[in-house]
Design a protein around this ligand. Sequence first.
Ligand SMILES: C=C(O[C@H]1C=CC=C(C(=O)O)[C@@H]1O)C(=O)O
Length: 387
Amino acid sequence: MIATESSLHIDVFLNSCVEQKIPFALYKLPNTAQSKLIVSFEKTEVRKKIDFDECGSGFVMAPYHKENELPYFYKNDFEVDFEDITEIEVPEDLRDLLGISKTNLADKFSLKLKSENTNSDSHKRNVEEVINSIQKGEAKKVVLSRTKHLGEITENNFFRGFQNLSKSNPTGFVSLVNVPWKNQVWLGASPEILVSQDENGMFKTVSLAGTQSAFDKDGNEIRPIDALWSHKEIEEQAFVGRYIINCLKKIRVREFLEEGPKTIKAGNLLHLNTSYTIDTKEINFGNLSSVMLNLLHPTPAVCGMPKDAAEAIIDRIEDYDREFYSGYLGPVNIQNRSQLFVNIRTMKIENGQVFAFAGGGITEDSDPEKEWNETEIKLQTILKSFS
Ligand SMILES: C=C(O[C@H]1C=CC=C(C(=O)O)[C@@H]1O)C(=O)O
């Protein structure tokens, strides 16, 4: 695109939106090169229960705790699709709202890493406590997570962070979301579909769990087809699949296509993945996505089994608020498609400080040391944003 009077560098535009507290969501769908930017002109927060038939088109950002907090909804007042461009045409009214300054924008998204070593003791103690609860019969699987203060942003170019993550995660849902009401920006690359429904009424969800590095100890890439999985990981993933099938049983949906488990690559990691596809037209269940969204979230990939017991254990043992981590996010009713992803492999930037999040499924066979290492390699995914 040729730069004109009303065109702006996308990085200048995004940073100005953050400064001026204008809500936006920038995202790239898995296995595509195209990105989309959605900007809402609504300065006050819009929050609602997500029913795909009623909520209109826009972007959804939902927290983990569904009881306390409704999802945020970003109406698509302004939309741009782009692939290689760096300039976007900005309408006059939005330009005025932004008060753009073209100067002083960093060329990088860089981080001053926190110098002190992270102490693994408290997470390992928490893992042990969860294993004890499981041994006492309180639950079968619990996803225990932690947050890590990575450090302070030194050069602030959010678009560069998004581009870096898109490059290192071609198969992920990469997103950069400004949540001005909380003074937070969230950046992540999710490997996990929660619910999606396309223009032909095809519904999809997945069971994703089990984690290993995509590289062997010599740094060579492991082909997904060669990956070996332990009993613990196979069981951990099966819990999620069983839960999805139980949700379908509850609403009497019997016709679905189950594919997997297969090993998939997500950035620097490998996971076990099974997908479930349903033709909503064939079974005459147009609103399946809304019903399933409500039943599925939070799945045992981020919470546990049985759900209520796992939720209570998480609330008791985790010593921080997950906020949007392990919630869900994505476009709704955009080009007749809705695609919501689980908000994992993510970080928040708040007052220039960066906090990343990672969790792992604990079963009675878990080993605290290995669980700690798993959260560390998951955090590596998000560190790829910086350069
Ligand atoms: C909860 C996370 O990952 C989930 C998704 C895939 C594999 C997982 C696991 O192996 O434990 C988790 O269930 C996270 O990355 O923070």
